[in-house]
Design a protein around this ligand. Structure first.
Ligand code: TMP
Length: 216
């Protein structure tokens, strides 16, 4: 029997990236609602995490001190699980996957922040997901001081969030380098703006992305 979907087949992988306190998580709901208006079936997931084992690893990664290489390997171990249990099956069914962070975070945090050699991360990327790349990456960018202030107001900080400014400066610089290197995939959102202005930027980029992919 042929399965009939009443939503559009939209097998796209969209990732949200940015330094802690960049406000990316606040805006994911807006993007999901916008895609749903076009009858697109969407699942939301996150890294590290997204699977039962991945969430256990997340808890360790965010709370336990460990060698930077152990941290990098665990990020990719969680990702391996995430890809085979969540991302690939959804894309295969024509479901759009929205992930709060993916491998760009490893380049930015472990590469930029922890100074793990980029080539080592590239080897893991090639090993763990040679064929999966985000179709669109929304990078939420803003000055460090603004991000830090936001974090301090909102909550108690985890292992990454409590790092010093020079760590986040390197993370941000690595993100901006990636955005420059992959201009077709990255869209930079100026996140030092009001919610409505950020939503307007998101809407513009998403409508363009949908049009490019023959939706609308
Ligand atoms: P979140 O709080 O935005 O969900 O992110 C969890 C933290 O994990 C965040 O500080 C960034 C960090 N992280 C890495 O260091 N490397 C990675 O590959 C991923 C996915 C996240």
């Amino acid at each position: 029997m042929k399965i009939k979907y009443n939503y559009q087949f939209f097998s796209k992988f969209i990732t949200f990236e940015g330094i802690d306190g960049s406000g990316k998580s606040t805006h994911i709901k807006y993007v999901i609602e916008l895609l749903k208006k076009f009858n697109i079936n969407v699942i939301f997931t996150r890294e590290p995490g997204g699977t039962p084992l991945g969430e256990v690893l997340r808890n360790l990664l965010l709370n336990k001190l460990m060698h930077p290489e152990t941290e990098t390997l665990l990020m990719f171990a969680a990702r391996r699980e995430h890809i085979s249990r969540v991302i690939k099956p959804a894309l295969k069914k024509g479901i759009c996957v929205i992930s709060d962070r993916f491998t760009d975070s490893s380049f930015a945090y472990q590469g930029g922040g922890r100074r793990i050699l980029r080539n080592k991360i590239k080897i893991l990327e090639k090993w763990v997901h040679p064929n999966i790349k985000p179709d669109l990456t929304l990078l939420f960018d803003l000055p460090l001081e603004v991000a830090k202030n936001r974090l301090n107001i909102i909550k108690s900080l985890d292992k990454f969030e409590s790092k010093k400014n020079d760590f986040f400066h390197s993370v941000r610089m690595e993100y901006l380098r990636l955005a420059k290197k992959f201009p077709m995939r990255f869209r930079i959102i100026n996140s030092n703006e009001s919610i409505i202005n950020i939503e307007n930027q998101l809407q513009k980029f998403l409508l363009y992305f949908l049009r490019e992919n023959n939706i609308q």
